[in-house]
Design a protein around this ligand. Structure first.
Ligand code: FA5
Length: 345
């Protein structure tokens, strides 16, 4: 190859590279040009370098010198274009702080509707003079049944209606055993624990989880919460029980709430009632209540001639649902924040 031809192909290459790199408008195009001109495998510079072998040896120093100049010039043009484009994209990625822009609001968590309900119920009952107590969720049959006057053959003790604990239960074959352990099925257990340990008179509430193998539907869940209430004093009456529950219902659900009491049966109260509120064309049961049965007092060595009391156990979910307009209890436990976020405290 003649020196002249080699030098003019170098000039053409430089012109082409300079023009393309001057006009390049994006990092992507720039990368394509880099590969096209200085790519290690098939770049144009590499191709021209290969031609040098065909130049007569006496002309090679001139050809080599010019080749180096053109290669360096293309590299400088590439560096310039890179700086130009890189500088622009850096400005977009890393903007200067603008103190006049509105701030980003951090996303705050909030209390679950059931937690909000529990706090609200404690507040209302506190104003009615009830103090808060707690009891364990894992119970023995003494507190869950025996002391509550629930006899051994009562269907409420059936293994199919309770979560007996296998690990604690050598008694699994015989869940009516006094020492068998289970997840409490009602907060009435706390009535017993309080009367065992506190002096009379007393006026307490206790809120917490209870467990039953109920099939989930719109108003039932296998784990739910109850609010237990107990008032023991001299001359406590059924009329007081009804007033307290009515006062509670209007404070929590509004003065227009319709509440009714239906005669019922619980082994640990006599007489007993079930309490319903009216909602969406139906009566919904939200709790049970009654006067403490003398057998319960006697099991705890309390004289029923001297003392009387009333107790109630209300479903916290049913109260929460009515207040927030939630029609399906299962929605409370799907952990769907889009749903739960609607009930801001
Ligand atoms: C009791 O649990 C009694 N311990 C209540 C009681 C206490 C009566 C003190 C007398 C004196 P019951 O099984 O009816 O009663 O349950 C009370 C409330 O819990 C029901 O009215 C309902 O609101 C709620 N409840 C019961 N089962 C479920 C469930 N599977 N899911 C959600 N709520 C429930």
């Amino acid at each position: 190859m003649s020196l002249q031809k080699f030098l003019s192909s170098l000039d053409e290459l430089l012109d082409d590279a300079k023009q393309s790199l001057d006009e390049v408008g994006s990092s992507e195009q720039l990368e394509n040009l880099r590969v096209r001109f200085v790519g290690a495998k098939n770049g144009a510079i590499k191709a021209v370098q290969k031609l040098m072998g065909a130049i007569e040896s006496e002309h090679r120093p001139v050809a080599g010198k010019r080749f180096n100049e053109v290669r360096d010039a293309i590299q400088s043009a590439l560096d310039l274009a890179t700086e130009r484009l890189g500088g622009a994209s850096k400005a977009v990625k890393d903007p200067q702080m603008d103190p006049t822009l509105p701030g980003l609001r951090p996303q705050l968590g909030q209390l679950h509707p059931i937690t909000q309900t529990i706090e609200h119920l404690k507040d209302i009952m506190g104003r009615l003079g009830f103090s808060v107590t707690e009891g364990p969720e894992i119970e023995d049959t003494w507190h869950n049944f025996v002391a509550l006057n629930i006899p051994e053959d009562h269907p409420a003790r059936d293994p199919l209606d309770n979560f007996y604990l296998a690990a604690a239960s050598k008694q699994l074959q015989n869940p009516t055993d006094r020492d068998a352990m289970l997840l409490r099925s009602q907060t009435s257990t706390v009535q017993i624990r309080v009367m065992e340990t506190q002096s009379l008179p007393l006026r307490i509430i206790s809120l917490g989880r209870v467990y039953r193998p109920d099939a989930p539907d719109a108003t039932h869940f296998p784990m739910f919460h109850q609010m237990e209430g107990l008032w023991v004093d001299k001359n406590v009456s059924m009329a007081q029980l009804k007033s307290v529950l009515r006062l509670f219902a209007t404070s929590y659900l509004g003065s227009d709430v319709k509440v009714r009491f239906r005669p019922s049966f619980f082994p640990f109260t006599e007489p007993s009632v079930e309490v319903d509120y009216w909602w969406n064309g139906n009566w919904i049961e939200f709790g049970g209540a009654g006067m403490v049965d003398p057998n319960v007092f006697q099991a705890l060595n309390i004289d029923p001639e001297q003392w009387s009391g009333f107790a109630f156990g209300l479903g916290v979910e049913r109260l929460c649902m009515r207040r927030f307009g939630i029609v399906d209890i299962r929605d409370l436990y799907r952990s769907d924040v889009r749903f739960l976020r609607q009930f801001a405290s």
